[in-house]
Design a protein around this ligand. Structure first.
Ligand code: FHN
Length: 594
């Protein structure tokens, strides 16, 4: 059975998928030498992203037509001519903007850094720039520089402050990237644009706003690797301590940004960040109500931290300078949870125990934090593969000691006395002696009757033949990227996906295959083997795989299996005979039958 190279490949190449599906490779070998000031970033774990510009005033509507998805792309989506778009500035007057309120919200939310759009692709400068008149001081009735006040308010509260700057896409400039509706692409001189706008403006930002924790670049283009390196070197001189995001391009930068709304499926070494927006859009859209609840934010944060990275969560203030009501509410609730449980997140590293049906782990020397996201029905948390001697176990919030037993390398913690009427993640702390063990990527996936369902994700597959594990990218609305890891390319019985599973309780279990299946793959036979049993099924059509449409998954029940004896079982899924790709397999769901 061939062990897939997915984990290694994932660490070496990354996909920062731009709103136009641009892929940005970040070369981890190019940054072997870490930035000397990277540690604050690695410890921060939680950042606030803010998209704010003229698009916030438009709020997702142009000339009576509503737009969905990335609201900051409205100029591009509606192909608004530059001269018309400039008129929006004349009405942009964010009189409700209050730097202290924004910075205090960030503080209350528990974020350690903040990155705001100084200039997005629309080309409008939200700061006082001498390079152009198309800026908030010269072109709007507001006439003030909000970035000055915000940078000071953030720093006053101990929050690292950074600027987002769209270095290549600038739809306002004849030589900037990607405005093809006003300007002829073939006549563009990107170098001139870099010389005359991007570099001088970045110099302004790196000179006039105090120490910047981060310069967050985005959607690179128009520069070779050598040119990008020179660009970095020139800017670096102004603030050597400032960190540059990997979207500076050409595999360079000080830390790695995954694609929008993407969390790697396994722990990744080095400094990195997952970027999510609170609803479906980065810039404010009045009709976008798909806000993540505080529970969802906390689970996401715990998941990202368990892989060793930071979560930077975006909010989109409106054109008057108000942060949306639900962003304020749910960020504050997240901060409340962090006040009680932040010890398990800030300055933690990836947990060394792989994801379990109850949740994920984070770590600090001598301590493993169990982020119990799904409370087991029997209140017993099994931590398999725990080699070290345990000194004590307690609930982080309240420090109540908890009973535990160790059977070989299985640690069983009883959390019956922990009362959490409502808590997205109850954190249990395991204090242990000795050095932490290594993350065991090949450990069998635990399945227990204490959970309504157990997910065996595609990432845990060992594949045969042509079958591979791949991250698939698609969107619902414009630019609201989703990423799902699937086993793909199973075309014949030799292309199999195998999973090692440890079933801890006897009983009957229903097995469901969760997959996406385009028309050409539908109605083909496949098999699922577990123990000495083989179950046949026929694939059901869901949807085509298209970058710009939802990828729909079905949960297809295909087997009932009786576990007489707890132990390790092998599940194999494969086509019954040669044909088209069987499906894109996202997970196997194992449900105990009560
Ligand atoms: O095109 C942009 C998009 O508008 C947004 O700013 C995101 C945030 O990560 N970055 C680009 C797409 O990846």
């Amino acid at each position: 059975m061939k062990r897939i190279l997915f984990i290694v490949c994932f660490a070496v190449t990354c996909f920062a998928t731009g709103a136009q599906g641009m892929e940005e490779m970040w070369d981890s070998t190019a940054s072997k030498k870490e930035h000397p000031d990277i540690q604050w970033f690695k410890d921060a774990k939680f950042g606030l992203f803010i998209h704010w510009g003229l698009y916030s005033k438009l709020a997702g509507t142009w000339q009576g037509k509503n737009y969905y998805g990335s609201g900051e792309w409205i100029m591009n989506q509606a192909k608004i001519p530059v001269r018309e778009y400039e008129q929006v500035a004349a009405t942009f007057n964010p009189v409700n903007f209050n730097a202290d309120e924004w910075a205090q919200l960030a503080k209350d939310a528990g974020v350690k850094y903040m990155v705001i759009t100084a200039k997005h692709h629309e080309g409008f400068s939200m700061f006082d720039s001498k390079v152009t008149h198309f800026d908030i001081v010269d072109a709007t009735p507001y006439k003030k520089d909000p970035m000055k006040a915000l940078s000071e308010a953030a720093r006053k509260r101990g929050i690292q402050f950074g600027f987002y700057y769209s270095q290549f896409q600038d739809w306002h400039e004849p030589n900037g990237g990607r405005n093809t509706w006003d300007f002829d692409e073939s006549k563009k001189d990107y170098q001139q644009y870099y010389r005359e706008k991007a570099i001088p403006q970045l110099k302004e930002l790196l000179t006039n706003y105090g120490p910047l924790g981060i310069v967050w670049f985005d959607t690179p283009g128009g520069m070779t690797k050598e040119q990008t390196q020179r660009f970095i070197n020139e800017l670096r001189k102004l603030q050597p301590k400032s960190l540059f995001s990997s979207r500076v391009g050409q595999g360079l930068g000080d830390y790695k940004d995954f694609g929008d709304s993407e969390v790697p499926p396994v722990p990744i070494a080095g400094a990195w960040e997952s970027i999510y927006t609170h609803n479906d859009s980065w810039g404010y859209i009045a009709h976008d109500m798909n806000f993540k609840s505080s529970d969802e934010i906390i689970k996401l944060l715990a998941n990202v931290a368990s892989k060793g990275g930071n979560l930077m969560l975006n909010v989109g203030p409106d054109g008057l300078g108000n942060i949306p009501y639900y962003s304020v509410k749910y960020l504050k609730a997240t901060g409340e949870w962090l006040k009680r449980n932040g010890e398990s997140i800030y300055a933690s590293t990836a947990g060394f125990i792989p994801a379990q049906p109850w949740g994920v782990t984070t770590a600090k020397p001598g301590r493993l934090f169990l982020q119990v996201l799904n409370r087991p029905a029997n209140d017993t948390v099994l931590v398999p593969g725990f080699i070290n001697t345990v000194s004590k176990v307690y609930a982080l919030d309240g420090k109540m000691r908890l009973p535990f037993v160790k059977k070989g390398t299985d640690l069983y913690v009883n959390m019956a006395t922990v009362k959490n009427v409502h808590c997205p993640s109850t954190v249990l702390v395991v204090e242990y002696k000795g050095a932490a063990s290594a993350y065991n990527a090949t450990a069998p996936v635990t399945v227990s009757a204490a959970f309504e369902n157990n997910m065996i994700d595609a990432i845990f597959a060992k594949t045969n033949g042509n079958a591979k594990v791949q991250s698939l990218t698609y969107s619902h609305y414009f630019g609201d990227w989703k990423h799902t890891t699937c086993v793909t390319d199973m075309l014949d019985p030799g292309d199999a996906a195998g999973f090692a599973v440890r079933i801890t309780d006897p009983g009957d279990y229903k097995l469901l295959l969760e997959y996406a299946c385009p028309q050409e793959s539908a109605n083909q036979e496949g098999s699922l083997e577990i123990g000495d049993k083989t179950f046949l099924f026929r694939t059901l059509r869901t949807s085509e795989y298209d970058h710009k449409a939802p990828l729909l998954f079905i949960k297809h029940p295909v087997a009932i299996f009786t576990v007489a004896k707890p132990g390790i079982y092998r599940i194999v899924v494969k086509p019954f005979k040669q044909g088209k790709e069987l499906f894109k397999l996202k997970s196997i769901i194992v449900e105990p039958i009560k």
